[in-house]
Design a protein around this ligand. Sequence first.
Ligand SMILES: [Zn+2]
Length: 466
Amino acid sequence: MKIYNTLTKQKEEFVPLVEGKVSMYVCGPTVYNYIHIGNARPMIVFDTVRRYLMYKGFDVNYVSNFTDVDDKIIKAANEAGVTASDISQKFIAECKKDMADMNILPATTHPLATQEIDGMLEMIQTLMDKGYAYKVEDGTVYYRTRKFAEYGKLSHKNIDDLEGGHRDIKVTGADAKEDPLDFVLWKPKKEGEISWQSPWCDGRPGWHIECSVMSKKYLGEQIDIHAGGEDLVFPHHENEIAQSEAANGKTFANYWMHNAFLNIDNKKMSKSLGNFFTVREITEKYDPQVLRFFMLNAHYRSPLNFSADLMESAKNSLERILNAAENLRAHMTQEDTLTDADQENLKVREELVQKFCDAMEDDFNTADALAAIFEIVKLANTTVDGASSAYAKELYHTLETLSGICGLKVEAEEEILDSDIEELIQKRQDARKNKDFALADQIRDELLEKGIELKDTREGVKWKRI
Ligand SMILES: [Zn+2]
C-alpha cells in the first residue's frame, strides 16, 4: 500500500511502526459554530482511510481532537453572553451529530484541549529546559524556531524566505520576541477570558502545542500517520513537528497526509461571498450519503469543486448503487447453489474487487475505487436475472463490503416495529411527566426520522406512518 507523504513529496510504501497496528492523528475542528462542508472533507476522507486499513485487518488507533479553547470560541461566547465552555460543548454535540449523519466512525479517542492542559504545561517546560522556548516580560512563552534546524521540512519552505515575509512584525514591547518566526506556546489571559495557572502567567495554550500533546498522550511519541487539510501544513503541522521532535527527541509522524481544498462554484468558500455552507444545511437538502459519495468521487489530493449540479449527479450515481443492491436483495429469496454460469461471473467479480483494492492501495484513490464499484453494479444488473439466489447473495455481500469501506450504506432501511413505537411513545410520556421536555422532543424527532408522526389528542397519543 502506497501513501503520498507530504514530508517527502512522494508516494511511499506504508510500513507501520508496529506490525498489524496503525496509530493515526487527524486534526479536528475548532468548535465555535456548526461545521462547514470544508471541515467535512478531511473527516470523510480520513474516515475512509481508516475503514480501508481496518478492512485490511489493521488495528487502528484513531485520535481526532476538538479545539475547545480559542479566540473564535471566546468571541462567540461573549457575543451570546454565555461561557466559552457552553459554546464548545454545544458545538461538539452538533459536530458529533453531523459526523454520525455522514457515517463517520467515532474516533478511538476524541480528546478536548481544555482537558489536556497539564500535558501542555509539561511539554512547554521540557522545551524551556532544552532551550527551545523562552518567556518574555508579559508572561508569553515563545518557541525558538531557529533553534530547530529542520524547521520548514514539511512545508518545504526555506527559513530565510519565511523571515523575509515577516520583517514588518513589531519586535518591541512587553510581548517582544527574539525572532519574528517564533510562535506562541502559552499566552497571558485577557480580561474575562478563560485561563489556567502556569509557572509563567495565568493564561492559555497556543493552538499548535495542543495537538503535539494530545497526539503524544493517546498515541505515543512517534506515530504512523498524521493528517489534516492542506491549509494546516504551514504553520500548524510545521510547528507541531518542531515542538514534538524537539521535546521528545524522536521523529513525530512517519507519514503526513493532507487533503486538498474544497471550492464552491469554483470560488473559495467564504462567508463574505455568501457561498458558505454548513454540513447541516446540506444534509437538510440531501441524504448525507450523497455528500459522502460526492467527496469520495474525487481523489483527496485534488481540489474539489462543490456545486448543486455536481451534488445532483452524485445523488443519481449513488442511487444506481442503491438500486442495484435492492435488486440483488429481491433475488435473495431461496437456499440454492451456484450454477456454472454464476461461477464464471464470480470470477469477474474477483477481478473487480482486486481493481477496487488496487485503487485504494494507490494512495487511496477513491475515485477509481468507486469506478470499480460501478462495474460491480453493472455486473449485477446484467447477470442477476436468471441467476441463483446464492449468486445474488455473493454479489450483494461484495457490494455491501466495498461500499462499506467508503462508508456508504446499501442495506435496506430497517423497519420499525409497532411494539417499538409504542415503547418509545411510553418513554416520551414518562419524560413529559418528569418535565424532561428535551428528552420528550428528542424521542418525537427520532420517531419522525423513522417516518412515524405523533399526534397528541384528548384520547392520548396517536401515531401514523408517513
Ligand atoms: Zn492539529
